[in-house]
Design a protein around this ligand. Structure first.
Ligand code: BYC
Length: 336
């Protein structure tokens, strides 16, 4: 199966059982008690190997999503319609790079090096969010990514601020503050376009039509088909299930679409008084899995751009290491 390079075994329960059997019952009991009391696990604390692996899998995937997520919007920096929009977009794309760095650092506290994680991404073994494998065709896509993609990301990420693993939870607090600015700048950009010409309004509607369903799929497979959810929730890594987050996102977005003056492309979308939620239509899961498995419209392009950027940046990494070595030698000399 195509999977994360650092995920637990593909054979359900196998690796976990093997590892747990070698782990001390007292340590395990102390860990479980801390989780049950809604306490935090820190890098120096003992943790079961499967918990560590699950975190590395999720945090590294999250970090990869942030840095691959810079690409679809980065394409528009040189074509932004005004200096103001260009400055906002540069700041946003730069923030995403920063989010990737916080997250790689959080994953490093679990004993996996950044080089290992990047090898996983560049070799195509590690996953990143499906959403970044679709093209950005017009300027309204930048607004819609801010409004819907960042909006979905916030919905998913706010509960992660309460994740049981301290470094991940703390990184998410800062990420969420910045994501909230990203979401607002997108929505504001779209509000301006919707007060413009008929052509501008049509661009916004077209972008909404193309991104809506992909954003719903971003939350991951339905709970019944989500192999990692039960354990992730037991460990306090995930706090809200994929389907519940998806529903919260839909309920929050429908009134925003109304204010904006766009239609969400789902004839089955309607308020259900009994459930107190919106009903919605069928998500195309086979298209989602094709994309996750490397066959979406832009997977190859995204990966080759990332690999090229990494290779082109080799001299910067070498120079930084040489500089750090020089400084260290100087400090040793001064201390002698
Ligand atoms: N895309 O058992 P499940 C951003 C995988 S970036 C690809 O439900 P889990 C932004 C899943 O990994 C936002 N793969 O898994 C940046 C698993 O495969 P593996 C990124 C997906 O972990 C720039 C398999 O499907 N956010 O905000 O319990 C500009 C079964 O799924 C996806 C995060 O990464 C997907 N959409 O739940 C703008 C949040 N969905 O790993 C915006 C952190 C599922 O077993 N991650 N898969 O091989 C999470 O919250 C959880 O990992 C997920 C999945 C909800 C995504």
């Amino acid at each position: 199966m195509y999977t994360q390079s650092f995920s637990v075994s593909d054979e359900p329960g196998k690796q976990q059982k093997a590892v747990l059997s070698t782990e001390s019952p007292e340590l395990m009991a102390r860990f479980d008690a801390r989780i049950d009391a809604d306490g935090r696990i820190e890098p120096q604390d003992w943790m079961p190997e499967a918990y560590r692996k699950t975190l590395v899998r999720q945090i590294s995937q999250h970090a990869h999503s942030e840095i691959v997520g810079m690409l679809p919007e980065g394409n528009w920096i040189s074509r932004a319609p005004s200096l103001k929009r260009k400055a906002i977009l540069i700041a946003k794309v730069q923030d995403e790079g920063g989010h990737g760095l916080y997250l790689y650092s959080a994953a490093e506290t679990l004993g996996t090096s950044r080089d290992q994680m990047l090898d996983g991404l560049h070799s195509g073994k590690a996953k990143y969010s499906s959403i970044f494998n679709y093209p950005t065709l017009n300027w309204a896509d930048v607004g819609v990514i801010g409004w819907l993609v960042d909006g979905a990301a916030i919905m998913n990420q706010v509960p992660l601020c309460r994740c049981s693993y301290g470094p991940y939870a703390r990184a998410m607090v800062r990420v969420c503050k910045e994501e909230s600015f990203h979401q607002r700048q997108g929505y504001e950009g779209l509000l301006v376009m919707m007060q413009g010409t008929e052509e501008q309004k049509a661009m916004v509607q077209d972008a909404v039509n193309r991104w809506w369903w992909k954003c719903l799929a971003m939350f991951g497979p339905p709970d019944a088909d989500s192999p990692n959810s039960a354990q992730g929730m037991r460990w306090g890594i995930k706090r809200v299930s994929n389907d519940d987050l998806r529903q919260k996102f839909i309920d929050a977005t429908v009134p925003q679409a109304k204010v904006l003056g766009v239609t969400l492309p789902d004839p089955d979308l309607k308020w259900n008084e009994e459930r107190g939620h919106h009903d919605y239509g069928q998500i195309d899961w086979s298209e989602f899995w094709d994309t996750v498995n490397g066959n979406g419209p832009c997977n190859k392009e995204r990966l080759s751009t990332r690999v090229k950027a990494h290779n082109d940046g080799a001299w910067v990494r070498e120079a930084a290491i040489a500089h750090a070595r020089k400084q260290q030698q100087r400090q040793i000399k001064e201390a002698a």
